[in-house]
Design a protein around this ligand. Structure first.
Ligand code: HEC
Length: 116
């Protein structure tokens, strides 16, 4: 009846780490709870770019985490088009949240970016 949350967590970690291909990566709960999913999907462009496109664009750029963390917090436009991302820090996204999300986004495998 009571599934201990620790084993649930382990099951999730196991599921993630055995993910066989890039096609099966899933949005982390933080992205849902912080509202990112309203405008972003992993593989499909919505209001904002797909996270796989972001990962591909910044692949290999050392300062990408710092730069994109700031962008997520402050919002802005002009990189992917005229539509602006609103400042997510106004929506309760902390710098640590933003960094965690950006680190995850940049870790996404893309068909081309990881083919080196
Ligand atoms: C209201 C819609 C909206 C929400 C909510 C939103 N974004 Fe965005 N996001 C955008 C748009 C539009 C862009 C493209 C901005 C541009 O062209 O410079 C973008 C761009 C980005 C980029 C790439 C930035 C760049 O300069 O290349 C990242 C990373 C990102 N978003 C992460 C997030 C995260 C993480 C969250 C949740 C905390 C989030 N977004 C919430 C609309 C949104």
């Amino acid at each position: 009846m009571n599934i201990p949350s620790a084993s649930l967590g382990l099951a999730i970690i196991a599921a993630l780490s055995t993910t066989p291909s890039w096609a099966e990566e899933t949005m982390p709960p933080l992205a849902a709870s912080k509202g990112c999913v309203a405008c972003h999907d992993i593989a499909t462009k919505k209001v904002g770019p797909s996270y796989r496109d972001v990962a591909q664009k910044y692949a290999g750029q050392k300062d990408a985490v710092a730069k994109l963390t700031q962008k997520v917090l402050d919002g802005g436009s002009g990189v992917w088009g005229q539509v602006a991302m609103p400042p997510n820090k106004a929506m309760g996204v902390s710098p640590a949240d933003a960094k965690q999300l950006v680190t995850w986004i940049l870790s996404l495998k893309t068909p081309t970016a990881n083919k080196k």
